[in-house]
Design a protein around this ligand. Structure first.
Ligand SMILES: C[S@@+](CC[C@H](N)C(=O)[O-])C[C@H]1O[C@@H](n2cnc3c(N)ncnc32)[C@H](O)[C@@H]1O
Length: 388
């Protein structure tokens, strides 16, 4: 295969087993590809638009190499070690009691992925790794990487089953009540640690994009570890909050809130948003972060109805999610999170602003608007107001 013309790429392919007919010629052209074949020269020319190469496919197909490199390094707590002392390959090999060959390959891989840089023969964290992958970091992201590695990687390996059966692959709906209830406690511990590390920086982005300064008291429905409450209360000194979640989860939240020194402003309310006829009242804003995508449209509308009833006149509901575009063509992070809901839930998926707007209007909210931002766990918030 060789490039025969300057300028636009023109690939020429010699066909050694072309049929014997002389001067046979095949020309095929689409917008992106032109193929011409001639038996007289027993060769074919494939013209391809210069910007079309298989490199994006290589990147997609080998994305798991990058992920597994990151996950292995996180599992070994490599970035925590390197944050205090940069190391050469031989020093790292001694530290982990491994051979130098894999030590060097792992360090080179992490450097290639933009997680490490090399100076004077030693590898150190890049700002990205130092900010999000050293265990003591405020916005530690490693918990989410660990959950992807230990739980979702094998679940996604069975994505074809999920597509064929429309059932989750990470748990058995015949044996468990939901993704969140009845699972192995160790795995669930990993799950909420993961949620915290995904949500804490997402909460920061939400707090920057949406002004919570005018609110007095937030109810965080399905608030998990309390990541949003902690981050928003730190940013808005007049805000108080309540994490409303299943009883064993509010225990996890209470610990995180105490660690952040915010127990005087953030409370917990054990409950069940399906079984409880009403949500706690006396809150002027309700947050639903990564709740709606766990459930079916029917369940979500029931949750939104209870939000509406619990809010005072003029109250606000904020749905924070990775929103799929109204025409359902992406964006990739939201569309792939939606597939993750196929692997993880019975009826959930990532919804569009148009879908949320319709349901919010249906239960009585008005002036529905979307605020876009960029974060790992959300790309926007759909906000509705209960009329005064
Ligand atoms: C994907 S997590 C989102 C957690 C949190 N909002 C965040 O963004 O970090 C979903 C949360 O919904 C909670 N949840 C699930 N079923 C619930 C129920 N029936 N009642 C209350 N909370 C529930 C789970 O315990 C979990 O904390």
């Amino acid at each position: 295969m060789q490039n025969t013309e300057p300028g636009p790429k023109n690939y020429e392919i010699a066909l050694y087993s072309f049929p014997e007919r002389e001067h046979a010629r095949l020309a095929y052209q689409t917008d992106n590809l032109e193929i011409q074949m001639s038996t007289s020269s027993v060769e074919a020319t494939v013209k391809i638009q210069p910007e079309i190469t298989p490199i994006p496919l290589m990147q997609l197909a080998t994305a798991f190499w990058g992920f597994k490199t990151l996950a292995t390094a996180v599992d070994m707590d490599l970035f925590t070690h390197l944050s205090s002392s940069p190391m050469s390959a031989s020093e790292l090999a001694r530290w982990f009691n491994i051979e130098e060959r894999p030590a060097e390959m792992l360090l080179t891989g992490c450097a290639g992925l933009g997680l490490l840089e090399k100076q004077d023969g030693r590898y150190r964290n890049t700002p990205l790794a130092d900010t999000f992958l050293a265990r003591s970091a405020r916005y530690y992201f490693g918990g989410f990487v660990t959950m992807l590695n230990r739980r979702l990687y094998s679940g996604w390996d069975r994505l074809p089953d999920a597509v064929r059966t429309n059932k989750p692959t990470t748990w058995d709906p015949d044996k468990q009540k939901s993704l969140f209830e009845g699972a192995d406690p160790a795995m669930m511990g990993t799950f909420w640690k993961a949620m915290h590390s995904l949500s804490i920086f997402t909460a920061r982005a939400l707090g920057e994009a949406v002004d919570f300064g005018g609110f007095r008291d937030l109810l965080d429905v399905g608030g998990g570890s309390g990541a949003f409450d902690i981050e928003l209360c730190m940013r808005y000194p007049k805000l108080s909050a309540t994490v409303y979640d299943l009883p064993f989860v509010t225990d996890i939240a209470a610990e995180k809130i105490a660690e952040a020194g915010l127990s005087d402003r953030i409370g917990t309310e054990p409950g069940d948003f399906f079984a409880d006829p009403k949500f706690p009242t006396d809150h002027d804003v309700i947050l639903l972060s990564m709740i709606m995508h766990d459930w079916s449209e029917l369940d979500d509308r029931a949750i939104l109805r209870k939000c509406y009833e619990a809010l005072p006149k003029g109250g606000t509901v904020v749905i924070s999610e990775l929103l799929v575009s109204d025409d359902k063509t992406g964006p990739a992070p939201a569309a792939l999170m939606s597939l993750n809901m196929l692997v993880e839930t019975v009826g959930g998926r990532n919804y569009t602003p148009a879908e949320y707007s319709a349901w919010l209007n249906e239960v009585g909210f008005r002036d529905v608007r979307v605020v876009w931002f960029e974060a790992a766990g959300a790309n926007g918030a759909v906000i509705g107001y209960k009329p005064k």
